[in-house]
Design a protein around this ligand. Structure first.
Ligand SMILES: [Zn+2]
Ligand SMILES: [Zn+2]
Length: 236
């Protein structure tokens, strides 16, 4: 079983958690604890993890999907909690993010091609948005679980890269940002149609997916769409 918990997002109980525009998701597989994206700052990552009861010291690694600030801000907190942790950083960011990661006592690894750094877990090569973005995939018997930071390259392009690598294996779940908050209607509609075609069994829109899109996709795909906020844990 795969367990995922939202640590940083804009939605959640504002008396309990630090709400920020950004993304950090804790992933628990049978063998590993992995952090997908680090949120916009150390405060939200550290405080929310603590309140939820997630021990960042236990992490086996972290993956930064792309260079936008709302996904990389927690590097400092990670340096404190998990020294020497392997942090997968985006293509062409060694001199920028890589340096910050190193200065915080962590170990940056630039992603250039497909990687399988932990059992069941894969990271895509850079897919161009702009900016370059990487997606985390968990290969399970039910199908692939795809984690998206912002989906800047678009759903069609991204899924085709993933399907090619995994020989058309079913996309079981899609989790994360879909960047549709301020998108044009045609782009939003295309994404919706693409999602219907991909037909994942679970869709968990977070971060920049946009509340109106979530409502719309729920209207079409019903209870396949799960709403999650800070502190929500979903078992897949
Ligand atoms: Zn972004
Ligand atoms: Zn976004």
């Amino acid at each position: 079983m795969i367990k995922i918990t939202v640590i940083v997002d804009r939605y959640g109980d504002n008396e309990k958690y630090v709400l920020k525009r950004g993304l950090a998701v804790f992933i628990e597989t049978k063998d590993n604890y992995i952090l997908f994206d680090l949120g916009p700052d150390s405060e939200s990552l550290q405080k929310n993890a603590e309140k939820i009861g997630i021990d960042l010291e236990l992490l086996d690694g972290a993956v930064i999907s792309h260079i936008h600030s709302s996904h990389i801000g927690g590097i400092n907190a990670l340096g404190w909690s998990s020294p020497f942790l392997k942090v997968l950083i985006p293509f062409d960011s060694m001199k920028s993010i890589g340096r910050i990661v190193k200065n915080n006592g962590l170990v940056p690894i630039e992603v250039l091609d497909w990687l399988n750094p932990w059992s069941q877990i894969y990271v895509t090569p850079p897919v161009y948005g702009p900016p370059w973005e990487h997606f985390l995939i968990i290969d399970t018997p039910k199908g692939l679980i795809v984690f998206s930071g912002c989906m800047h390259p678009g759903l069609r392009k991204t899924i085709s890269v993933i399907k090619k690598r995994f020989r058309n294996k079913k996309i079981y779940a899609l989790i994360g940002g879909l960047h549709l908050e301020n998108a044009l209607e045609t782009y939003t509609e295309n994404t919706l149609q693409e999602l219907i075609k991909i037909n994942p069994e679970k869709i968990i829109p977070l971060h920049c997916s946009g509340l109106s899109f979530i409502k719309r996709v729920k209207g079409v795909l019903g209870n396949k769409v799960l709403e999650a906020k800070i502190g929500t844990t979903i078992k897949l």
